[in-house]
Write a protein that binds this ligand. Structure first.
Ligand code: ARG
Length: 460
C-alpha cells in the first residue's frame, strides 16, 4: 500500500494517467535536504507547543537525521509511488518511527512546506551562482588590468567608431555582472521570508511559533499573511528575471568572443583547453563555450516567461499550477552552474593579440571625432566642425589615404580653420590620453574604474 498524504475520502487509488501527470518527485527530490531542515524546525515547534513530548522529539530528530544520511548516501530514494518529495520523506519517517512519524504533519501543509523548501533551495544556490559570477568578473577584470593600455577600435553598429582601451571594453562586461550580483543580493533580502506556519492557507489552530521557525531556518521574518505566503511565487519569478538578465549579459559577452576569435578580427586566441575542434576540418578551433553562453540565454529567458505565464490569472491561494515553478528555477541554477565556470576559464586563459588590436584601432577614420573636437576648441561650432571633418573623410576616401596623409594645402582648402597642428590629435594614444573625465576610456579614468571594480569584487 503506497504512502499517500491524502486518500481516506477516495474510493480507490488514482488513475494511472492522473498519477503520471501529477508526480513531481522526479524533479523536486532535490528539495529533500531543505524539506528535512524545515521538518526539524517544525518538530521543535511542536514540542514547545506540547504536541510532542521530550522522548518523541528526540526520536523524531534522530529519525530525521538518519533519513538525511540515508538520502545523502543514496540509500533512501523516492519510488514511483511517491507523488512528491514531501510524500517520499513522510514514507521514510514512517518506516523509521511507525505511527509517531505521522505526528510531524500537524499544523503543516505541503503548501507552506513547498514554498519554504523552494525559498531555502534558491537562497542557497543563488549564493553559489553569485560566487561563480564573481569568478567570471575576476577573470574579466584581470584581463582588463593587463590591457588598460591596449588600444582597440571601439564600435557602434559594429562599425569602427572611436578608439578605446581594450581594458575599458572588458570592464564594460564586468559592470553588468556587478549589477547582477547586486540584484541577487536584493532578491535574497526579499526572499528571506518564511511561509511555515501558514499551513494550507489560513494559518493553524495549533500554538505554532512561526517566528522561531523563521529564525532557525535563517529567514529574517515569518510571512505577514498566510494566504499570500502559500500563493506568492514572486521570489521564483524575480530569481528567474535576474538569471535571465544575467544570461543575456553572458550571451552578449559570448557573441563578442565569437567575433574576436574569428579570422577577420583575430583579436583574441582561446586556450586549447577552452576551445573545440571539428570532426572533419582539421584546422578548426571554435569558441563553443561562447556560443553556448549565447544559446543558453534562450532557456533562461524561457524559464522566466514560463513562470510569469503560469502565475498570471491564478486565483488565491495555492493552485496545482504552481508545481510548474520548480523545473525552470532548477534549470536556471543548473545552467548557470555549468556555464559560469566554463566562461571564467575561457576568459582567464585567452590570449589578447595586442598587435592586432592596436593596428585595428585607428582604421576606418576612427580619429575623425578628434579633428572635430580640435576645431571646437578653436571656437568653431560643432555643427560646422562636423561638416569640415566629414569633407576631410570624403577626400581621404576618394584618395584611399588616411587623415594624416593630407597635405597642409589640402587642410587649408577644406577649411580656413585647419592648420598643420591638427595632426597632434591624429593618434590613437593622444585620443585616449585626452579622455580624462570619470568613466571615460583614458588611462587615468580606466585605472580608477579598475580599482573600484577590484575593490567591489574583493569584498563581495
Ligand atoms: N508538489 C506540489 C508542488 O510542487 C506540492 C504542494 C502540493 N499541494 C497540494 N495541495 N496538492 O506545488
Amino acid at each position: 500500500e503506497p504512502t499517500r498524504l491524502w486518500g481516506a475520502r477516495f474510493a480507490g487509488g488514482p488513475a494511472e494517467a492522473l498519477a503520471r501527470l501529477s508526480v513531481s518527485v522526479q524533479f523536486d527530490w532535490r528539495l529533500a535536504p531543505y524539506d528535512l531542515l524545515a521538518s526539524r524546525a517544525h518538530a521543535r515547534v511542536l514540542a514547545n507547543a506540547g504536541l510532542l513530548d521530550a522522548d518523541e522529539l528526540g526520536k523524531m530528530l534522530a529519525a530525521l537525521d538518519d533519513l538525511e544520511s540515508a538520502c545523502a548516501a543514496g540509500e533512501f530514494r523516492p519510488t514511483v509511488e511517491d507523488e512528491d518529495v514531501h510524500t517520499a520523506l513522510e514514507r521514510g519517517l514512517l518506516e523509521r518511527l511507525g505511527s509517531l512519524g505521522g505526528k510531524l504533519r500537524a499544523g503543516r501543509s505541503r503548501n507552506d512546506q513547498v514554498a519554504t523548501d523552494l525559498r531555502l533551495y534558491l537562497r542557497d544556490h543563488a549564493r553559489g551562482v553569485a560566487v561563480a559570477v564573481v569568478e567570471l568578473a575576476d577573470a574579466l577584470t584581470e584581463q582588463a588590468a593587463r590591457n588598460i593600455d591596449t588600444p582597440a577600435p571601439g564600435m557602434t553598429h559594429v562599425q569602427h567608431a572611436q578608439p578605446v582601451s581594450f581594458g575599458h571594453w572588458l570592464l564594460a562586461h564586468v559592470q553588468p555582472l556587478l549589477r547582477d550580483l547586486e540584484r541577487l543580493r536584493d532578491w535574497d533580502a526579499r526572499t528571506a521570508i518564511s511561509p511555515l506556519g501558514s499551513g494550507a492557507l489560513a494559518g493553524s489552530s495549533l500554538p505554532l511559533d512561526p517566528a522561531a521557525v523563521a529564525k532557525e531556518l535563517g529567514f529574517s521574518a515569518p510571512a505577514p499573511n498566510s494566504m499570500d505566503a502559500v500563493s506568492d511565487r514572486d521570489f521564483v519569478a524575480e530569481f528567474l528575471f535576474t538569471t535571465a538578465l544575467l544570461g543575456v549579459h553572458l550571451s552578449r559577452l559570448g557573441e563578442e568572443v565569437v567575433l574576436w576569435t574569428s579570422t577577420e578580427f583575430g583579436w583574441v586566441e582561446l586556450d586549447d583547453a577552452f576551445a573545440t575542434g571539428s570532426s572533419i576540418m582539421p584546422q578548426k578551433k571554435n569558441a563553443d563555450i561562447a556560443e553556448l553562453a549565447r544559446g543558453k540565454s534562450g532557456r533562461l529567458v524561457g524559464g522566466l516567461v514560463a513562470v510569469l505565464t503560469m502565475l498570471k490569472g491564478l486565483p488565491l491561494t495555492y493552485d496545482r499550477d504552481m508545481q510548474e515553478d520548480k523545473e525552470p528555477a532548477f534549470d536556471a541554477v543548473d545552467t548557470l552552474e555549468l556555464l559560469l565556470p566554463a566562461l571564467a576559464g575561457m576568459i582567464s586563459t585567452m590570449t589578447v593579440r595586442v598587435d592586432r588590436l592596436a593596428a585595428a584601432a585607428p582604421v576606418g577614420f576612427s580619429l575623425a571625432t578628434e579633428v572635430a573636437d580640435w576645431l571646437v576648441r578653436k571656437g568653431v561650432p560643432f555643427r560646422d566642425a562636423h561638416e569640415v571633418t566629414g569633407k576631410l573623410v570624403a577626400l581621404c576616401s576618394a584618395r584611399e589615404c588616411e587623415l594624416e596623409d593630407l597635405t597642409d594645402d589640402d587642410l587649408k582648402t577644406v577649411s580656413e580653420h585647419l592648420d598643420p597642428s591638427v595632426r597632434e590629435v591624429l593618434s590613437v594614444s593622444s585620443a585616449l590620453a585626452a579622455r580624462t573625465t570619470p568613466g571615460s576610456t583614458g588611462p587615468g579614468p580606466v585605472r580608477e574604474q579598475l580599482a573600484t571594480v577590484q575593490h567591489k569584487l574583493d569584498n563581495w
